[in-house]
Every structure is written in structure tokens, then in C-alpha cells.
Design a binder for this molecule. Sequence first.
Ligand code: FAD
Length: 402
Amino acid sequence: MGSGASAAPQKALLIGCGIAGPTLAMFLQRIGVEAVVYEAGDEPRDGAGAFLNLAPNGLAVLETLGIVADVEKYGTHTTSTAFLNHKGKVLGENPAQTLLIKRGLLNKALREAAQDRGVRIEFGKSFESLEHTATGVVARFADGSTAEGDFLVGCDGIHSKTRYTVLPEAPRPEYTGVIGTAGYTRSDQAAPADGVMRMSFCLKGFFGYQTIPGGEIYWFENFHQAAEPGRGELDKVAHETWKKQLLAKHRNDHHPVSAIIESTESGIIGYPIYDMLSIPRWHRDRVCLVGDAAHATSPHVGQGASMAMEDSIVLTKCLRDLPTPEAAFAAFQSLRKERVEKIIKEGRKTGNQKAAANGFQRAVRDLVLPFFLKIGVKATDPVYSYRVDWDEPVRRAAPVQA
Ligand SMILES: Cc1cc2nc3c(=O)[nH]c(=O)nc-3n(C[C@H](O)[C@H](O)[C@H](O)COP(=O)(O)OP(=O)(O)OC[C@H]3O[C@@H](n4cnc5c(N)ncnc54)[C@H](O)[C@@H]3O)c2cc1C
């Protein structure tokens, strides 16, 4: 900790073992803070969920930790992204390279790297409530157990219990009007494993896929739906129901969209997409939020995981260089807020552009998209090229008013 801190080693309670939790724990270990990660799930769910693309800015954080190879071994590279219209005409290409990885495997890679470094991770610990003591915090879990630490960080995702508990006035996640679906399959009708992610503006939705070496196809689909589904409602939709619905939506789109959906034998999932454009404050007393808990973005710009990683290194630097957790949390928020909110806004805009269009709108889009794509690629430069210098010291920030 910073120069004003006591000599005793600090103990951090990290709530949630997704992406931010284990990444932050590894950084904190570097500055001599003992971090214990408490995860609500009873056991790791390495096979669960969809997939994501880890952008160069996220990979740069992993490089600082020296764990790029540990993560890369579970993924494959996307060497470019091609954008197509519903007829299969290529409208443009984004040459940025990212790491394509199943979400569960990214969690596994980070968890394993943290455990290899001696980080303690406890499963079956669902955070419930918090008490402040004279010197720190006590977290209470649903199983009745408690844990005491000098400070607590909520790494518990978009529906963060930490945020609801500590900052009850914070805005709630907003449904963006988009439903996501995703699946895995194999099909000889799809493009080969050439490193290209193909994304199509379809007649009634947006479809993306990439074939990875070995032949597995990762695909996702987004469609607009004004009504927000109830919590957990989409988890109950059966694979065959999704398949039927998606085949009906995509029957007039270019080959091989329907073939990919048709070949998917099991496991199609659906999820409502949420974001939070802005949360006025991310911390109170000895508690701070990071990752989706502080600034959830929709997946359309592929930045949520990378931002959670950036948060981890920046927050640790603040804790290293500033005298108290409170000062560190204030500096952390002021260093991060503008960047992440810009990205969240961009994500919302991109999601809206995926909406189905009429014939005229499609024709205009096909005409202007190549031009806008070039601008878009330029706009992602500052996002992708962002690097946090571990050695550069952090200066104190003005505290954020409640
Ligand atoms: C379909 C989809 C596609 C995406 N695609 C991309 C992409 O391409 N690129 C990208 O960068 N990002 C993408 N994202 C976003 C990315 O997944 C998130 O931004 C990222 O996971 C946030 O990390 P986190 O650690 O903050 O939260 P999470 O990864 O959500 O982890 C939160 C953890 O906290 C645990 N938890 C929750 N409540 C409690 C509690 N009360 N007590 C203890 N533990 C708790 C959860 O079980 C979970 O393990 C996508 C998201 C989705 C849904």
C-alpha cells in the first residue's frame, strides 16, 4: 500500500470469480495485499456460456501479469472480422486481431493462473451483506459464514449484489432491447478455419460465426425485441424452440446462416442484453466496484472483459501508490470513468445499428457502411491501443461527491 499505510499486510475480500476477480487478485498479490476471492457458484462452470473476443487492450493487461500463454491455450485468434449484408456481399472488414475464447474457459484460465500463484478462491460463497468495522469490513455470505478484511471489491458482475448493498441509489442495469443467442456446432457448409469472424446484417437479426481449427463453429445471433424478458425467463427456452425461431428468422438470408443453425444439435442459449450507461459513483468507504459491477457494457463492441482487466491493473496501482483504500478508490474512478462510459455508449449505438431494416434502409446502409466501417476501425484504435504502464505512479484524485 501507499506511503501512509500501516506496515501490516492488507487483506482484500474480492466478491466474484469471473474475469475481474482472479485478475485483480493476481495484481494485488504483486503489491503484497492478500486477496481472497469468494464465488457464489458451488463449483467452477467451465463449460458454461457463450464465447467472447478478448481485444488487444485486454491481452496487454494479461501480458503485464505474464499469463498470456495460459489464456491463449484455451482460445484461437480472430485475425479479421468481415461484415456482410443479408445476401452475403462483403461490405467491409476490420483487420483487428483478437482472441476468441469460450467464456467458461477464460474463467478457467484466469482461475488456474491465480491458484497457481497461491490465490485462495472459495466457492459456494454468495455475498449477502456487509458491516463496517473500525478498521475494515466484514462480509456475510448466504451460507452464514463471514470473512473480515481491510477492504472489499465487488467483482460480481452486472447484477452486482455488492452494488445493490453499498450503493443502493445506483441506477439499475437497463435492458437494451436486444436478445442474444449463441451456439456451437460443426458443419462442412461453413467457411473454413481461416481466422475470419463473419458478421452479417440479416433481414431479421444479426448473425456472426467463426470456424476454429479442428472444425468447431462458434456462432451468435442478435435480434431486437422491445419487451424485456423476465429474469431467468430465457433460460427456460428449450434448444429446439430457439432453433425453430431462429430458422424462421433467417430463412431468407445468405448461405450458410440457416445451415449453421440447422446443424446445431444441442445447447442453443438465449440471454437479454443489458448495459449501464453511467453510474455516478463506484465506491463508498472501504468498498469499491470493478468490471461489470461498475460499468456494464453490452457485448456489441467486445470490450467488457478487457475493461474488467484494465480495471484490475489500474485499481491495484492506485492501492499501491495512495495512502488509503478510500483515496485509491476515488483515484481509480476518476482515472477510468470517462474511458469506460465512452465505450459503453459506443456499444449501445452498435447494438441499435443491428436492428432489422426495410429495403430502403438496407440499401442506404450497404452503401454507407464501408465508409463508416473505415471510420469505426479508426475509432477503435484508441480503445485497442490503450496500455496501462505498471511502473508509472498514480497521483491522488479529487474525491467524488455522493
Ligand atoms: C453473450 C456475451 C458476449 C460477450 N462478449 C464479449 C466480448 O466479445 N468481449 C468482451 O470483452 N466482453 C464480452 N462480454 C462481456 C464480458 O463477458 C463481461 O464484461 C465480463 O465477464 C465482466 O467481467 P466481471 O468479472 O466484471 O463479471 P463476470 O464475468 O460476470 O463475473 C462475475 C462473477 O461474480 C459471481 N457472483 C455474482 N454474484 C455473486 C455474489 N453475490 N457473491 C459471490 N459471487 C457472485 C458470478 O457467479 C461470476 O462468477 C460478453 C458478455 C456476454 C453476456
